[in-house]
Ligand binder design. Structure first.
Ligand SMILES: *[C@@H]1O[C@H](CO)[C@@H](O)[C@H](O)[C@H]1NC(C)=O
Ligand SMILES: *[C@@H]1O[C@H](CO)[C@@H](O)[C@H](O)[C@H]1NC(C)=O
Ligand SMILES: *[C@@H]1O[C@H](CO)[C@@H](O)[C@H](O)[C@H]1NC(C)=O
Length: 525
């Protein structure tokens, strides 16, 4: 290495051109420093402030990960990142992957305004000032596909029927843009969308014979699918052009099946489909009588496409969390539930009546028309709810106990999984024990994940609220230290705390943020 470097320096000094392929190429600046090897680890370029410029000149499509040695998410990403690099190298793709040790390269983290780890930025054509923020997948195949769609064209150019048919046959969902003029702005919009819609395959054509074969006369984006309607057309608006947001929504909506089975593979798509209303049919798939209901359910779906997502939940599969969320038991299947994902309001059909296409349609219309009242979750009231010092509240007895005008009621709203709630459990028991002989004081708790309240929603856990005796439904939120001494002072003063009492951290939001999240404050870089 050293010898070679010396030789290059010598040749430069003498004004001679370097060896083949190593000297400055035509059009490149004269003062180009001698070629330096960029170190690699596991197929990943290791960059620093010294060699970033060189890497950008050498690699026209470059993904750079800023990591920190202590960052857990970076460690999880590392093997996938290397695997993606290997996948791309195996197919001789032009895209390269690189990494920068953020804490060791303060100049670079400042230049690229890196505030969290890992941060990934994509550099194209050596443009150092305007990298694209990477928001793609975090597993190998996804990372590689994201880069392939930037290094090469994001849509396959189709010239003839055979090519088009092969593309359509190859995947469940294939999107083809038919454009009369490939120089049109709409084509750029289409290709930009194709760069990010990694779960669909894209094709592109301007061939009149292909327009003809698919019965088109105007610019149109067509989604071909191997299920349901088989095809959906999105005509390009001749005056307004192609709107990327509208097309994206169209593709998302029409690439979903009319009826989606809920499982770990489909749930991300169900939640990201951008359709706020979901109608769920809970069935036990092992029972023929339940399976027969699927036909009527599917029959009701087409008119609601884009407005209500139809989902089947098998109560026999690993779907306990869905049942709990809706406050359902497996024995209650077959049954329907409707949810608006934005308001999280849940609706149940009135009891009785068979589940047919007609009844499903009527239930949907009734909910959308505002004719059905949402229901609130509540556990059953345990018979011994008031037998222990800490009283047990559920949705059904909450109003009656909390707003009892003769009592001062102090309630802990908790979640079974919340660690802060577990930490304060002993202090809460001790408090209840201390005041168990005070007729007018009630210490209680309510599992807010299983009991929803009409009075107010509970978002953080634990939430502590005090309901003083007297009229007017007064509620005082307790935000101080969670120990027996401070709780007692608060109760003794009728819901007030001395001003010098230190305020504690707010309750953990839902879900609890992990100790080391990806968002590390800038000071910790
Ligand atoms: C980098 O990209 C931006 C945005 O596309 C552009 O305005 C700028 O001129 C480019 N810089 C160079 C050096 O090419
Ligand atoms: C589904 O039905 C089968 C057959 O009756 C029954 O054995 C099973 O327990 C049911 N599954 C659930 C979760 O209820
Ligand atoms: C969290 O990050 C700190 C450095 O900021 C590190 O010392 C600590 O070990 C990490 N904790 C976990 C649980 O990863």
């Amino acid at each position: 290495m050293d010898g070679q470097l010396l030789l290059v320096l010598l040749l430069l000094l003498l004004g001679a051109s370097g060896p083949e392929g190593q000297g400055p190429g035509p059009g490149e600046p004269e003062e180009e420093p001698p070629k330096e090897e960029i170190p690699e680890e596991d197929g990943i370029l290791v960059l620093s402030r010294r060699n970033l410029g060189l890497a950008l000149r050498e690699h026209r499509t470059l993904l750079v990960q800023f990591y920190a040695p202590w960052c857990g998410h970076c460690k999880a990403l590392a093997p996938e990142y290397s695997k993606a690099a290997a996948l791309l190298a195996a197919e001789s793709a032009k895209a390269r992957l690189a990494k920068v040790d953020g804490p060791a390269e303060a100049e670079l983290t400042e230049e690229f305004a890196v505030t969290t780890y890992p941060t990934l930025k994509f550099f194209r054509d050596g443009n150092r000032t305007h990298p694209e923020e990477y928001t793609g997948p975090r597993e190998a195949e996804g990372i590689a596909e994201w880069l392939r769609r930037r290094a090469g064209p994001s849509a396959t150019r189709l010239e003839d029927e055979d090519g088009a048919q092969a593309l359509i046959d190859g995947r469940d969902v294939v999107v083809i843009g038919f454009f009369q003029d490939l120089q049109d702005e709409d084509v750029a919009t289409f290709l930009a969308l194709a760069q990010d819609a990694l779960d669909m395959t894209f094709g592109l054509t301007d061939q009149p014979k292909l327009f003809q074969k698919f019965g088109l006369t105007k610019d149109t984006v067509v989604l071909f699918k191997k299920f349901d309607e088989g095809r959906a057309d999105f005509p390009v608006d001749e005056e307004l052009g192609l709107d990327q947001g509208d097309l994206s929504h169209f593709l998302l909506t029409h690439s979903m099946r009319l009826v989606t089975e809920f499982n770990s593979q489909t749930s991300p798509k169900i939640f990201s489909a951008g359709i706020l209303n979901h109608l769920l049919l809970f069935v036990n798939q092992t029972l023929a009588s339940h399976r027969e209901l699927l036909a009527g359910f599917g029959e009701a779906a087409p008119p609601f496409r884009g407005q209500v997502l139809f989902v089947v939940v098998d109560v026999g599969a690993d779907n306990g969390h869905v049942l709990r969320y809706f406050g359902l038991k497996a024995e209650e299947a077959p049954t329907l539930r409707f949810i608006n994902m934005e308001t999280t309001k849940k609706y149940a059909p009135a009891h009785g009546g068979p589940l047919t296409a007609t009844s499903v349609t009527a239930f949907c219309h009734a909910v959308l028309g505002g004719e059905v009242k949402p229901y609130l979750l509540s556990q059953e009231l345990p018979p011994d709810w008031d037998q222990r010092p800490v009283k047990t509240l559920v949705g059904k007895n909450f109003e009656q106990v909390a707003f009892d005008e003769t009592k001062n009621v102090f309630i802990k709203f908790y979640a079974p999984w919340c660690t802060h709630c577990k930490e304060m459990a002993a202090a809460w028991e001790a408090l209840a024990d201390k005041y168990k002989d005070h007729e007018d004081i009630i210490i209680a708790e309510l599992d807010a994940t299983a009991n929803e309240l009409e009075a107010f929603p509970v978002h953080g856990f634990p939430t502590l609220k005090f309901f003083p005796a007297g009229p007017g439904r007064k509620v005082i939120e307790y935000k101080s230290t969670r120990d027996l001494e401070t709780f007692s002072k608060f109760l003794d003063s009728g819901g007030e705390l001395p001003a010098e009492e230190p305020a504690e951290e707010p309750a953990a939001p839902f879900p609890e943020t992990p100790a080391n999240s990806t968002t590390e404050p800038k000071e910790e870089l």
